[in-house]
Design a protein around this ligand. Structure first.
Ligand code: G3P
Length: 215
């Protein structure tokens, strides 16, 4: 499973990219707003840090606006993936982007049937928001399983990009279900590093190392 970082914060992105575990980056308007800089400037800077797919979301909700913004974003860098909301005009735009060779990430997916339509329109990635499904008493993992099965059954090449991941258990279940990508906030990535037995073992090694005679 590829790991993307879900962030627009350059320091956060640089920090985890330096560990060599990041395959790409996803952003959204809320994450961009948090850093308080123009969207395109942030995306260009992210592209300098990570050499992989960088999702940049359009803000328009009508077909012409989505296509105009998406083309502009795609011109920023060859790694830019245009993130498009899962609405009717968004699907029309995905069809256009696909015919132009522009990669897309269809976002705000909450059902397998939405995911089917995104795949048919030619989406490169589909982003099911699993944490937000859990937030309303659903089971986000059911959605991942349904999408992975649906795409496998019919040979769609759209990749399931599990988004709205909130904790390591989500990551484990995505791995078991065969999600192609998981986009994780930095705090979840850092929690994946940690294990109490690693800390305990290291402390013991360092303590014992004091007993090693100096040469
Ligand atoms: O990038 C979209 C998604 O990951 C948002 O997550 O935690 O705001 O539901 P969250």
């Amino acid at each position: 499973m590829e790991i993307f970082i879900d962030s627009a914060d350059l320091d956060e992105i640089r920090d985890v990219a330096d560990m060599g575990v990041i395959d790409g980056v996803t952003t959204n308007p809320s994450l961009i707003a948090k850093v308080g800089r123009p969207l395109k400037d942030v995306i260009v800077d992210i592209c300098k840090i990570v050499d992989g797919p960088i999702s940049a979301e359009v803000l328009a909700t009508d077909y012409e606006g989505i296509v105009r913004e998406g083309r502009e974003l795609a011109q920023l860098h060859p790694n830019v993936v245009v993130k498009v909301p899962l609405i009717a005009d968004g699907l029309k735009a995905v069809k256009t982007f696909t015919s132009e060779g522009i990669k897309t990430n269809v976002t705000l997916c909450f059902s397998v049937t939405q995911g089917l339509l995104a795949a048919k329109a030619g989406a490169t990635y589909i982003s099911p928001f699993i944490g937000r499904v859990d937030d309303v008493s659903g089971d986000g993992m059911d959605l991942i399983e349904q999408l992975v099965t649906c795409y496998g059954n019919y040979g769609y090449r759209t990749k399931v990009l599990a988004a709205s991941i909130r904790h390591p258990r989500h990551v484990v279940e995505c791995l078991m279900l065969g999600a192609h990508v998981g986009t994780l906030p930095r705090d979840v990535i850092l929690r994946l590093v940690q294990h109490p037995l690693t800390d305990l073992g290291l402390a013991r090694f360092l303590e014992d190392a004091k007993k090693i005679p100096k040469s």
